[in-house]
Design a protein around this ligand. Sequence first.
Ligand SMILES: Cc1ncc(C[n+]2csc(CCO)c2C)c(N)n1
Length: 232
Amino acid sequence: MTDTPFSKRNNPTSTFTEWLREQNQENWDAAINHRFIDELFAGSVADDVLQHYLVQDYQFIDRFVALLGAAIASADLFTSRVRFSRFAAMITSDENTYFLRAFDELGLADKHRITPPLTEATKAFQALMTESAESRMYPLCLSVLVVAEWLYLSWADRPDAKLPERFIHAEWITLHNNPTFAEFIGWMRSELDRTGPLLDAQEQARCVGMFSRAVALERAFFDHVYTPLTYS
Ligand SMILES: Cc1ncc(C[n+]2csc(CCO)c2C)c(N)n1
């Protein structure tokens, strides 16, 4: 990691979010081309692996929604607060039942939907999201939110791929490659592109640190689903 501020970047045409991603190319590419993603598109993820992923991810989503709340609270513009509020309402609405239907399909007991044992990868992610929320700084909240969403759009964007048959695989892909989601990420990146360059060098280094931790954790989260816990 470098302490070079955005204004002294090597590639003067890159935006703040591109500059952040360029510094994490290796982990980014390893995550979006992960074995888990290839198996998801092929419809061949083992049920115990998918169950483990979704159980832990449901706990991830909990803190993600809390971090959205921190972005709403720390945003510098009313229009930004409104856009984040609408997104928060959409992802928590009754229509968004993928997890519950997938848990039913995979036969997961109720107690593991609500209070499962947490893995180290999940705890590390929760800690990062709590830390960025508690910074009460909009660009720091954005640095973690942008990774969680942009990296998911990047793996899901395989235009020539055929969708797998089972809904537990197919819907996890279409949730992350649809035009509404892509449009929202474009807007969120523009928010970080707008507010990040205004920070001083020290604050920008905090953005770099949180963005990098998030990318490394995304990769580790995919890795760790291949040592599934048993939820019985
Ligand atoms: C480890 C992990 N990282 C990122 C996401 C993606 N994600 C988290 S919340 C959200 C918005 C609603 O779908 C999105 C896209 C995930 N699911 N799990």
